[in-house]
Ligand binder design. Structure first.
Ligand SMILES: Nc1ncnc2c1ncn2[C@@H]1O[C@H](COP(=O)(O)OP(=O)(O)OP(=O)(O)O)[C@@H](O)[C@H]1O
Ligand SMILES: [Mg+2]
Length: 258
């Protein structure tokens, strides 16, 4: 049996598009034939299920406590992937902390049943967020051209490098209104990381600003379902292709030791 590839999606600053992109990646990977679980790792304020208009988005607290196996803790979505979240509005795991993040990653890694597990992180760089980011096999950092997003993304990259000893996140530039703006954002992030971290983050891809994304989010529909031919959806499909290339599944025995 293969262990899933764990991908964490973080940003530092809130509202950069983590959940929209996580849902899009989950749907795109599922469309390519992979078995995908989207885990809402915002343990306090889960909203991936809300963004998809789901009544049931699984029972993460029971899975984390070892009270239910994974297959009875997840909920299926119409978009071809499963979801695992704390009930929205419950605040059930608000103070769960870094140890809970580590336990959850370990349990997801060894539970089996999926090729990809995507962890939609909460905003910020607190201990739990950074533990998820460090435990994942691949860490994606969603940054927008907003200067505050850049400074928070740098903090996220610095803390990830410190936690792992080596690794920087891969960048996703979201909501750029032009290629020039995306390039300025990439270069600003690269220059700061080069100067202070002696490493430059790789660019996974660019998702352009697309006014129809807001409409999809307000209607609680995945962007790939609501506007599948729009620029944001096409960019997310391309991101998923690149993530598939990065994600090499681990044999189960090796995964347990990670
Ligand atoms: N490419 C885009 N084009 C236009 N609007 C976008 C794009 N990406 C995200 N948005 C807008 O940004 C809002 C926030 O997106 P989302 O909820 O995915 O962010 P988030 O990073 O998960 O937020 P939080 O930190 O609160 O979890 C969406 O409601 C949508 O309106
Ligand atoms: Mg979110």
């Amino acid at each position: 049996m293969r262990a899933p590839h764990l991908t964490a999606i973080g940003s530092g600053k809130g509202g950069t598009g983590k959940t929209m992109i996580s849902i899009g990646l989950a749907q795109a990977l599922a469309q390519s034939g992979a078995r995908v679980l989207l885990c809402d790792a915002d343990l306090g304020l889960a909203n991936a299920g809300v963004q998809m208009g789901l009544g049931d988005s699984g029972d993460l607290p029971s899975f984390l406590a070892g009270l239910k196996p994974l297959d009875r803790s997840v909920a299926a979505t119409d978009a071809g992937f499963d979801i695992l979240a704390a009930p929205s509005g419950s605040g059930a795991l608000a103070n769960a902390g870094a140890l809970a993040a580590e336990n959850l990653c370990a349990r997801l890694r060894t539970a089996g049943g999926y090729d990809h597990v995507l962890l939609d992180l909460s905003a910020g760089v607190d201990a739990a967020v950074m533990r998820f980011a460090a435990c994942a096999d691949t860490t994606l950092l969603v940054v927008t051209p907003d200067p505050a997003s850049l400074t928070d993304a740098y903090a996220f990259a610095k803390l990830l490098q410190k936690a792992t000893g080596t690794r920087l996140p891969q960048l996703i530039i979201n909501r750029a209104v032009s290629e020039a703006e995306a390039e300025r954002t990439r270069e600003a992030m690269a220059a700061t990381c080069r100067a202070f971290l002696r490493q430059v983050p790789q660019l996974l891809g660019i998702v352009p600003h697309d006014p129809r994304v807001r409409d999809a989010v307000c209607r609680q529909l995945p962007v790939l379902a609501r506007v599948p031919h729009g620029p944001a959806a096409k960019a997310v499909l391309a991101l998923a292709g690149r993530l598939r290339e990065v994600a090499q599944p681990f044999p189960m025995a090796l995964a347990a030791a990670r």
